[in-house]
Design a binder for this molecule. Structure first.
Ligand code: HEM
Ligand SMILES: *[C@@H]1O[C@H](CO)[C@@H](O)[C@H](O)[C@H]1NC(C)=O
Ligand SMILES: *[C@@H]1O[C@H](CO)[C@@H](O)[C@H](O)[C@H]1NC(C)=O
Ligand SMILES: *[C@@H]1O[C@H](CO)[C@@H](O)[C@H](O)[C@H]1NC(C)=O
Ligand SMILES: *[C@@H]1O[C@H](CO)[C@@H](O)[C@H](O)[C@H]1NC(C)=O
Length: 422
């Protein structure tokens, strides 16, 4: 993401031919135009919600901040801290909108952080839930859909095949909602807050600006707005553009698959991760999607096709390269702020409760990573390992199981070679 003034430069250049036309001018202009198209193709800068109609003088501090974040003029990350959190059920807690969110953050954190330090299945599902609630919106649906809680509140949404796998986190959100609704907490906020708490709990994940005050809706989001793992790059790029998310933003958001372990795309490989460090918010997903990758890493066809598209590849490769982690975290945070506010028309009235989030973890290597490496290197599906990784456990006690399989495979290879049957 880089703030671009090429469009303005080009608007100026368009007047040039009448003033100083010369041979080759058209070609030069064509090149300039192509360059502008490439740059302006890819960064999301469009305004959303009530920010479209409010003038700068009408903006609240939060309105200003959100506007600056989504146009690429302020960071979507923050380390802001919360001092002297009031006790729950006191008048001073009730007087501070963010106070209850500190207690919610603590509750969520406990279910999102596994014993190994990796984030859990619940954390990944919370990130995906935030995406699926908010992304049920497009520029043509206006006030309908978006980050409005309907993925939990409208019972028909969970029956849609693309939401398969979100059943448990939806149940959990309902439990949290029942627990905290009395404090004025909306489902829409709970879902988006769940996604940002989960992201920062995943080791190396960004601490994303988190706002509260969204309205709920129990009207189902318009159907057909969520992506599928067999969709083409052209289709997916257009789908996200209709949500104001341009290719660079999509490239950053896709990296959420760095933590994931698919279960339903190929059920015979349930639990196989999308990179060699599931539960860790690192850039290995970008490297291994481009290849090479170990046998247990399962890459979605849509991720492969997108990574090869000229509108996606340069940024994808940059995230995979030197300095990629910081660059990605920054871009992901910015784009997630945008995503988390799609279909929200009271952005100017929201409250910034980023200070309640857990601290970011900026360096991390799992104690059992070498065993995970052995596992992702195996060609045989080991459900027990996949399950232990799913819930964020250490897999140290599964070492002998993995070694047994590796030795068996090796013996089979040796025997096959010895009998000459290969
Ligand atoms: C081209 C766009 C995308 C496609 C086609 C896609 C598709 C999928 C599929 C098929 C799964 C596996 C579900 C399963 O079998 O369990 C998955 C998992 C996941 N996706 Fe995406 N996704 C896309 C974009 C995103 C975005 C933008 C985010 C977040 C910002 C995201 C976050 C996740 C997470 C966290 C998981 C893991 C869920 C879990 O482990 O329960 N995805 N995605
Ligand atoms: C960018 O941010 C700076 C300070 O934060 C502000 O002065 C400037 O007006 C902003 N520019 C835009 C385009 O919003
Ligand atoms: C994905 O890419 C492959 C290889 O380029 C191509 O054969 C396939 O048609 C693409 N899939 C879609 C859905 O576009
Ligand atoms: C914003 O808050 C003010 C004061 O509480 C309220 O009057 C107004 O209706 C709110 N606007 C929106 C769009 O919710
Ligand atoms: C996680 O999975 C492991 C292995 O399947 C199991 O022993 C452990 O009890 C599970 N832990 C939790 C918290 O679910």
């Amino acid at each position: 993401m880089r703030f671009s003034s090429t469009a303005a430069a080009l608007a100026g250049a368009a007047f040039l031919p009448s003033v100083l036309g010369y041979p080759g001018m058209d070609k030069l202009l064509g090149e300039l135009q192509d360059k502008a198209k490439r740059q302006d193709c890819c960064d999301s800068t469009e305004l959303i919600g009530d920010l479209i109609t409010l003038s700068d003088s009408q903006l609240s501090p939060v309105g200003h901040l959100v506007k600056n974040i989504i146009v690429g003029n302020a960071s979507g990350e923050s380390n802001e801290d919360y001092y002297n959190v009031p006790l729950l059920n006191t008048a001073s807690c009730a007087a501070d909108t963010c106070c209850i969110w500190q207690y919610i953050a603590n509750t969520m954190e406990a279910s999102f952080r596994g014993a190994s330090g990796r984030c859990t299945n619940a954390a990944r599902a919370a990130v995906r839930l935030g995406f699926h609630d908010a992304a049920g919106w497009s520029k043509s649906t206006g006030p309908l859909g978006g980050a409005d809680g309907s993925i939990v509140l409208a019972p028909s949404e969970i029956l849609r095949p693309k939401n398969n796998g979100l059943q448990e986190i939806i149940q959990q959100m309902q439990i949290w909602y029942n627990q905290y609704h009395g404090y004025g907490v909306s489902m829409a906020d709970l879902i988006q807050f769940g996604a940002t708490v989960a992201t920062v709990v995943c080791p190396l994940g960004p601490r994303i600006h988190s706002f509260v005050g969204r309205y709920d809706s129990s009207i189902p989001a318009p159907d057909g707005l969520l992506p599928g793992p067999f969709d083409s790059a052209d289709f997916l790029i257009d789908l996200f553009r209709d949500k104001t998310i341009q290719p660079h933003g999509l490239t950053a958001l896709l990296g959420a698959h760095s933590t994931s372990q698919q279960r339903f795309v190929d059920t015979s490989r349930a639990g196989d991760p999308q990179d060699g460090t599931p539960g860790v918010w690192d850039v290995l997903y970008y490297k291994q999607t481009l290849g090479p990758k170990p046998p247990r890493v399962f890459t979605f066809q849509s991720d492969i096709n997108l990574s090869e598209d000229p509108r996606i590849y340069p940024e994808f490769a940059a995230f995979a390269g030197p300095g990629g982690q910081q660059h990605w975290n920054e871009d992901y945070a910015r784009e997630y702020v945008r995503l988390s506010l799609l279909g929200v028309y009271n952005i100017n009235n929201l409250t910034d409760c980023t200070k309640t989030l857990p601290n970011a973890i900026t360096t991390y290597v799992a104690a059992d990573q070498w065993i995970v490496d052995l596992w992702v290197g195996t060609t045989i599906h080991l459900q027990a390992v996949a399950d232990a990784l799913l819930n964020g456990s250490l897999i140290t006690n599964l070492l002998s199981l993995i070694l047994g399989i590796l030795l068996k495979v090796k013996r089979t290879v040796v025997e096959t070679v010895a009998t000459g049957s290969a």
